[in-house]
Design a protein around this ligand. Structure first.
Ligand SMILES: Nc1ncnc2c1ncn2[C@@H]1O[C@H](COP(=O)(O)OP(=O)(O)OP(=O)(O)O)[C@@H](O)[C@H]1O
Length: 299
């Protein structure tokens, strides 16, 4: 696995607050990588360090093998860290051209193509003053992509968007990763969206790495055997603490290898089994498990 980001013991303190606490992380090149965590977990701090906007207090960080802030690396990165702001009297097209000039780019910036790609073609000649938050986010993404970066960092790219906008953004992010070979790193609180779009995720909690891995592995590790069976009391008697009742069924926390023996035991006890199927955990339940064990409550 080639890494695009490597951090080791990365720490950032603000007075008594440890925004990042000895974070060691390796983000692979290619694909879509999600950085998750409750408010104050350190996501934006990590992104600001990666972009060379702030310096860590301690630890190591490499972006595409180089030190952060190196102009050669910065040129290969695009980002949208907050809802972007542009001079309100510019149209979307003018705003992108203005940014292209600031990057020393001319026609090669293909501003119209990027406006089209983020679904803003029809609004290209409207002043950004009247843009919704979602439209500003799309324009910000177009600006981040226009320089043809190898790595794009997006902080909450779908915040303020309506469901069709979120769906379009998801398709755009996937196509950038799959068709253009861009590595995308994004932070989001919309866990269902993250589950749909990301290949891997890191879950931060109070500046530390709480969990990391492929979305499919993280969700599979929390899978349960859902048993629609009667009587429920007998099922629970066999399962003990490994069972919990949910919507007229029992969710059994058993490894796959133990399932046949469990089903035999249930039948021997006179249980009627209508259905037995594996149910994967969703990212939300993984997130809640990994971030719930904090002292002192939420910041
Ligand atoms: N410039 C700063 N000065 C002081 N404290 C800061 C500063 N920036 C961040 N912090 C603190 O560092 C911690 C991590 O903040 P950060 O913004 O990185 O979290 P986050 O995961 O991005 O949160 P959110 O989901 O709310 O955006 C928080 O406790 C925050 O209050």
């Amino acid at each position: 696995m080639t890494s695009v980001i490597e951090t080791s013991g990365l720490t950032k303190t603000y007075g008594p607050v440890r925004a990042l606490d000895s974070l060691s992380l390796s983000i692979p090149r290619g694909g879509v990588y999600g950085v998750l965590g409750p408010n104050g977990a350190g996501k934006s701090t990590l992104f600001r360090i990666l972009l060379g906007l702030i310096r860590p207090t301690a630890g190591e960080v490499r972006v595409m093998g180089q030190h952060t802030g190196d102009p050669a690396v910065t040129r290969r990165m695009g980002s949208m860290i907050e809802t972007p702001r542009y001079p309100p009297y510019l149209t979307a097209r003018q705003a992108l051209r203005w940014l292209a000039l600031a990057h020393g780019m001319g026609a090669e910036a293909e501003t119209d193509r990027w406006l089209d790609r983020v679904g803003l073609s029809e609004a290209a000649d409207r002043k950004v003053r009247g843009f919704s938050v979602g439209m500003m986010q799309r324009l910000g993404v177009a600006a981040a992509l226009m320089t043809r970066p190898d790595l794009v960092i997006l902080d909450e790219p779908t915040s303020g968007m309506d469901p069709p906008g979120i769906q379009e953004m998801r398709a755009l992010i996937r196509s950038l990763a799959d068709d253009d070979g861009v590595t995308i790193i994004l932070a989001s609180h919309q866990l269902l969206e993250v589950q749909r779009v990301c290949d891997r995720v890191a879950i931060l909690n109070r500046g530390k790495l709480a969990a990391e891995g492929k979305v499919s592995d993280l969700t599979a590790s929390g899978e349960r055997l859902r048993l629609a069976a009667t009587p429920l009391a007998k099922v629970m008697a066999v399962l003990g603490e490994r069972g919990s009742v949910q919507d007229d069924a029992v969710m059994a926390a058993v490894p796959r290898a133990e399932a046949p023996a469990l089903l035999r035991a249930l039948i021997e006890q006179g249980v009627d089994i209508d259905e037995a199927r594996w149910v994967g955990a969703d990212l939300e339940s993984v997130f809640m498990t990994e971030t719930s064990s904090v002292e002192g409550g939420r910041p």
